[in-house]
Design a protein around this ligand. Structure first.
Ligand SMILES: [Mg+2]
Length: 417
C-alpha cells in the first residue's frame, strides 16, 4: 500500500512569531538571538535577503554597517512555544492525524484524503488566517520525499507541493543538492560528493550495497525513502537541528496526573539521551498535552508551556525538573489525555554554549550521565532511569531585547488601538 505523508513547516518561524504581534517589524529585516543574546538563530525573509549569515555573533552583526537597520529581538521561547501549539492545533483539527516533529514542523497522515494537494493548500491558508503564521506543506509517499517537497513549496511560495507524480518528483530530485536531503547534512555530504553523487537524484540511483557500506542502515533507508519506499520508523537528529521533539499518542487515554508524569518523565529522559548523543545542550523545554480529538463527546483540552532552563544543559535531572514543573502548570484534572510530548529548544553544540559566570560544569554529573547512557544503550532504554532531581540553579538570563509574551501573559497582551 502506498502511503501519503505531508510535512508542514512554518516559514521563518521565530521571526514570524515576532512579526505577527509587532506590526512595526513587518516587512523589515528582523533577527532573533539565542539565549543571552549570543548569536543570530532566526531570520525573517527580509533578513535572509540581506544575506545575514545564520549563527553570526550579535556583536559582529552590530558592527556591520549594512546590518545597521536590522531589527533585533531576544529569543522568546514562551511566545514561540505557545504559537507552535496554536499552529499544531489548527493543523490537527483539519487532517486525520499528525506527528509533531519539531517546534515548527509536523508530519501529517494524508492517507485516504482526496485531492490532498488542494487540501494542503487550503490548510496552509487556514493556518495563516487563524494564527498569522505562514506555512508550507510538502506531500509525498515517504517522509524524506515529503521533506523534499516542502523545500520546493517554500521556494515557490505556493502553499503545497505533491511529489507523488514520478515526473514531478524526478525533476525536484535532480534540482536538490545532496546536502539538502533530510538526514544527509554535513555528515555524509563530503563523502557522497567524492563518489560523484551531487544531487538527491544521484543518491536515489546509488547502489544499495555501497550505500549500506558507506552509511550503514540509516543511509540505506534514506536511499529507499527517496525511491518511494517508506521506512516509517525513520528518526533523525542532525547536529545543526535547533530543537528536538519526542511525542506520542497513547494507546489508551490517561486520566491521572501520575500517569501523565510517567509519560513526561519517559519523553524527557529519551530526549536528553538524544541530546547528549548529538553532543548538544538545550536552554528551554516545551511540554504539551492534548485530549482525544477523535472523541468529541469527551471533554477537550490542549495546552503547552515553555520553561527556560537555567543556562544551557543536557543534564537529565535539570531537564526533568523543568518538564515536570511545566506539566504541573498545564495539567487539568478530568480530561482523558490522548497525546503528550516534550520539545527541547535552542540546541547548540556543548562547546559553543554561552558560558556564564554562575555556570560551573560539574564533571561528576557529566560522568553520571555518561554512565547512564552507556548502560541504557547496552541493556535497552530505561534500564537505568533517573529519579532524583538536583537543586536547580537560580539566576536570570540576559534578554535585553525581549518582546512581550503576547499570548500567554495577561499583562503583556497586545493592545488594539
Ligand atoms: Mg521552519
Amino acid at each position: 500500500m502506498t502511503h501519503l505523508f505531508g510535512l508542514a513547516d512554518c516559514n521563518n518561524f521565530y521571526a514570524s512569531c515576532e512579526q505577527v504581534f509587532q506590526s512595526d517589524l513587518r516587512g523589515k529585516p528582523t533577527v532573533v538571538l539565542s539565549n543571552n543574546d549570543g548569536c543570530v538563530i532566526a531570520l525573517s525573509k527580509e533578513a535572509k535577503s540581506l544575506k545575514i549569515p545564520f549563527g553570526i555573533p550579535y556583536f559582529k552583526m552590530k558592527a556591520t554597517p549594512e546590518y545597521r537597520h536590522v531589527q533585533v529581538r531576544s529569543a522568546n521561547f514562551t511566545l514561540y512555544g505557545d504559537m507552535s501549539n496554536r499552529v499544531m492545533d489548527t493543523i490537527a483539527l483539519n487532517v486525520p492525524d499528525t506527528e509533531i516533529y519539531s517546534i515548527d514542523e509536523c508530519f501529517i497522515d494524508y492517507n485516504g484524503v482526496p485531492n490532498a494537494e488542494a487540501h494542503a493548500k487550503q490548510l496552509s491558508e487556514t493556518v495563516r488566517q487563524w494564527t498569522g503564521i505562514a506555512i508550507c506543506i510538502g506531500l509525498g509517499p515517504t517522509k524524506t520525499l515529503a521533506k523534499l517537497a516542502n523545500r520546493k513549496a517554500k521556494k515557490e511560495a505556493c502553499g503545497a507541493v505533491d511529489v507523488t507524480d514520478m515526473d514531478i518528483r524526478n525533476d525536484i530530485l535532480k534540482e536538490t543538492e545532496i546536502g539538502d536531503v533530510w538526514g544527509v547534512g554535513r555528515r555524509w555530504k563530503a563523502r557522497l560528493l567524492l563518489q560523484g553523487i551531487n544531487t538527491a537524484y544521484d543518491f536515489s540511483r546509488m547502489d544499495r550495497r555501497l550505500a549500506r557500506d558507506m552509511m550503514g542502515v540509516v543511509g540505506l533507508r534514506t536511499v529507499d525513502e527517496l525511491n518511494g519506499i517508506s521506512c516509517q520508523d525513520l528518526e533523525f537528529i542532525t547536529p545543526d537541528k535547533q530543537n528536538l521533539c519526542i511525542s506520542r499518542s497513547f494507546g489508551d487515554t490517561i486520566h491521572t496526573l501520575d500517569g501523565m508524569k510517567e509519560r513526561i518523565h519517559y519523553f524527557s529522559t529519551r530526549a536528553t539521551e538524544k541530546l547528549r548523543s548529538g553532543g548538544l545542550v538545550a536552554s528551554a523545554i516545551s511540554v504539551f498535552v492534548r485530549g482525544n480529538r477523535f472523541r468529541p463527546e469527551l471533554p477537550q483540552y490542549s495546552n503547552s508551556v515553555t520553561v527556560s532552563l537555567d543556562g544551557s544543559t543536557s543534564d537529565t535531572g535539570e531537564i526533568l525538573n523543568a518538564a515536570l514543573y511545566g506539566l504541573n502548570k498545564i495539567y487539568r484534572p478530568g480530561i482523558p489525555y490522548k497525546k503528550a510530548g516534550v520539545l527541547l529548544l535552542d540546541l547548540h553544540p556543548k562547546e559553543q554554549a554561552p558560558s556564564n559566570l554562575f555556570t560551573k560544569s560539574n564533571p561528576q554529573r557529566e560522568k553520571l550521565m555518561h554512565t547512564m547512557d552507556g548502560l541504557n544503550s547496552k541493556f535497552g532504554p530505561g534500564a537505568v532511569s533517573y529519579g532524583q532531581i538536583p537543586q536547580s540553579r537560580t539566576w536570570y538570563m540576559s534578554q535585553k531585547m525581549l518582546s512581550n509574551r503576547f499570548t500567554t501573559h495577561w499583562r503583556e497582551l497586545l493592545v488594539a488601538k
